[in-house]
Structure formats: C-alpha cells, structure tokens
Design a protein around this ligand. Structure first.
Ligand SMILES: [Zn+2]
Length: 408
C-alpha cells in the first residue's frame, strides 16, 4: 500500500527493546509507578474537545461539519460527531467511535488527530478518501464518564452517570436494573457497551420479554441516551464498516513464552454462531460477506502494523473470544456493518500513563489510515479472510501492573 508519512505531530520514539525469557511475574513496562502522580492534562475535557473541533471545522473550508448527536444522561454533556460528508449510496460509509468507556481517553486524541488531517490536509490520498467515502467520527461517546470527579479532581470512570428508574419504561418501581448497571464511589451509571440492541429501534416496555436484568450474552435495553445517539447515527449512515476504539487493563503478554506486552488486541467477531435470537424470538444474523469483510479489515490492519518499518507496533493479538450482542460492535455487525475492535494496552491513566500513550495513539492512527486506504484502493477485499483465523495469534496470558497506583 502506498503510504505517506502521517501525523508528524506525534513523534514518540519511546520504546525499549523487547526482552524475552524473563518470568511473566516481571512483565515489561512501562508501568505507572506506585508513587507517580498521574497527569491528565494530555487528555481533553468536553469543553476542550468542543473548542478543538470547532476550530478545525472553521479551518476546514466546508469539509467538516461538527454536530451534537445527543446529550449524556443526567449531566447533559454534548456528544459530538465529526461528519465528513452525508450518507450517499455511491460512497463508502465508515463510522468510528471512541471512549464508550469514559476511562479510555487516549482515543479522543486519536480521533482529533484524524479529524484534523481529514479536514485540513491537501494530500492527494486524503482528497481521494473524502471523494470516495463518508466518514463520521464520534470522539467521546461517554462524556459523563470522562468528566467524573473524585474529591474535586477529574477521575474518569468506565460507566456513564445515570440512575435506573424502571417507571420511566412503564415497569413496576421495584423492577431490577440491567445487569450492566453499577456504581463508582457511590455514583450510579451504565456500561454503555452492553446497552445496545440489534433492533436499533428497541424501546424497553412492559410488553417485551427483553427485560432487565438480562446478561452479557443477551442484548441490552437502549436505556442510555449515549447508546441511542450512537444508534441514530448508525441508522442514518448505514456504514460499511464500524470501528470501536478502547483501552484494556489488565493487559496481556504476547504469548506464553513471550514476555513482551501487547501493544494492541483486535477483534472482528463478537457474536458466537453468527446469529442472535432475542427473548421475543426475533432472529438477527450476520451475513457471510459482512463476517468476511470484518476478518479482512482486521487482517489488513494486522498486516500493515506488523510489516517491516512498523516493528514497534508488532505486538498484536486477537482479543479473547466473546459473545456480546449488547455491545456496539455486536449490534452493528448484526445490522450489516463489518466491525473492528481496537483495544490498546493500558487503562489510559491507571496503567501505562502518558509515557506510552503517544505510541499507542500513533499505532491507532496508522491502523485507521490502513482501513481508509484499504477501502479506497479496494485492497481490503483482496485479503484472504482465513488469515484472520489462522495467522493472527490469540491472546497470551493476562498480566497486571506490579506497582499498583494508590490513586482512586
Ligand atoms: Zn473499553
């Protein structure tokens, strides 16, 4: 694939040489040290994100439209979407989503970098991408998770902030909450990435058999405005591909005999058996070509990031097998989109800190770029989908930070 030097603003040659043959109780870092105070300034608040997006929009000469796709529950933070183009059956639609988990913030920065390049670059590949594709990017789906505070300091959390009220859905006041409802420091909210339903118009009501509590092997209930905002964008765009950007903690060794830590885990299959029947008996299936394209897209990114010259992005494995019809990835794949999970090492702040985040952001940008160019050139369709099954290694053993950070 033709490539050009992309995102020069992120120059980060922080990486130690791989060390093998150490026991996995002493995994390679970098880790946040126990006494280290983690700085969040490198990441963006909702206001800072808005300012950046509007600034880029103003300089984009009409390429970029920034819109509010909805508002977070309770606190009413805007959920921004950066739109390059409108739905068009002659164009390839791509939906990129980040920070569905509020404590996985590095990709807000990844998204802003990508948006800036698409909005302002004169590079001919960028112009060709914009000519052939409609790209919508949600840089921060869970702003109330990102903006969560403990003792007056911002301390992002996975869940959104929202209280379960069964009467809102016509259910008896004592009706149990969804299984993905919980609290952090006494403040309640939902794991948005279990709240999706393959019926994107699903409305929880007394007549449905799809009622809480449920389980992660079942669809969610679309009770959060954040998941509904994402689903509305998906329905409007009907994208060919959907990409969801996450972090992971704890992380994983590259293999049983390879003590290097992952830089990235990827996944293109999140529904076992390629179909799902909800509790009302409705069947949703993944078309064979959608499954194949998901595997091709994941394989393309793997091949691009592990090729010569990208060797420090080479520690890539598949995420362990899951079956999550209530995840955004699962619900959208059941609605015809090829999917890819980017799960970079490190729970942003708790684990590897900012030292390594720049590397992971660059890795994500190179992967996203490979996808965009792969669709523009058609190269993604040339990949044998079985590469995904046979050549991308499975997840290695789980490892934890040996210096747990005392911050909350
Ligand atoms: Zn996540």
């Amino acid at each position: 694939m033709k490539r050009f030097v992309f995102f020069l603003s992120l120059i980060l040659l922080f990486l130690s040489s791989p060390v093998h043959a150490q026991p996995q109780s002493i995994p390679n870092g970098p880790w946040v040290e126990a006494e280290q105070t983690v700085q969040l300034q490198a990441f963006l608040t909702v206001d800072e994100l808005e300012k950046k997006l509007l600034g880029i929009e103003a300089r984009s000469k009409g390429r970029l439209k920034v819109e509010v796709a909805g508002y977070s529950a309770t606190l009413g933070y805007p959920i921004f979407v950066a739109k390059f183009g409108e739905p068009d059956e002659n164009k390839i639609g791509i939906l990129i989503q980040s920070t569905i988990h509020g404590d996985e913030e590095a990709h807000v920065v990844s998204c802003v970098e990508l948006i800036q390049t698409l909005a302002t670059s004169g590079n001919k590949d960028v112009l060709e991408i914009l000519n052939r594709m409609t790209i919508w990017i949600i840089p921060m789906l869970n702003p109330s998770g990102v903006m969560f505070e403990v003792d007056g300091s911002r301390w992002p959390k996975r869940l959104n902030t929202q209280t379960w009220d069964p009467t809102e859905w016509g259910l008896p006041s004592g009706h149990v909450a969804p299984h993905y409802y919980g609290s952090r420091f006494g403040v309640y909210g939902y794991d948005l990435n279990r709240d999706f339903h393959p019926n994107l118009d699903f409305v929880l009501n007394p007549a449905t058999n799809n009622k809480p509590r449920g389980s992660s092997r079942q669809a969610g209930f679309l009770v959060t405005p954040e998941a509904r905002a994402s689903a509305a964008l998906f329905k409007a765009l009907k994208p060919k591909a959907f990409i969801d950007l996450h972090h992971q903690y704890p992380t994983y060794a590259q293999g049983v005999d390879d003590n290097d830590m992952n830089t990235l885990q990827i996944l293109g299959v999140v529904i076992s058996g390629t179909s799902y029947t909800d509790l009302d008996g409705n069947l949703y299936t993944i078309a064979p070509e959608v499954l194949a394209l998901s595997k091709q897209m994941n394989s393309l990114v793997y091949q691009e990031l592990t090729e010569n010259g990208n060797s420090h992005f080479g520690n890539i494995t598949k995420y362990a097998p899951i079956n999550y019809p209530g995840s955004a990835l699962g619900a959208y794949q059941l609605n015809g989109a090829a999917i890819m999970l980017f799960e970079i090492r490190g729970g942003s702040i708790y684990d590897t800190g900012q030292k390594a985040n720049g590397v992971f952001i660059k890795q994500t940008l190179n992967g996203l770029w490979a996808i965009l160019m792969g669709f523009v050139t058609g190269e993604v369709y040339d990949i044998d989908p079985t590469f995904y099954d046979t050549e991308i290694p499975g997840s290695g053993p789980r490892i934890r930070n040996p210096h747990p950070n005392p911050q909350p």
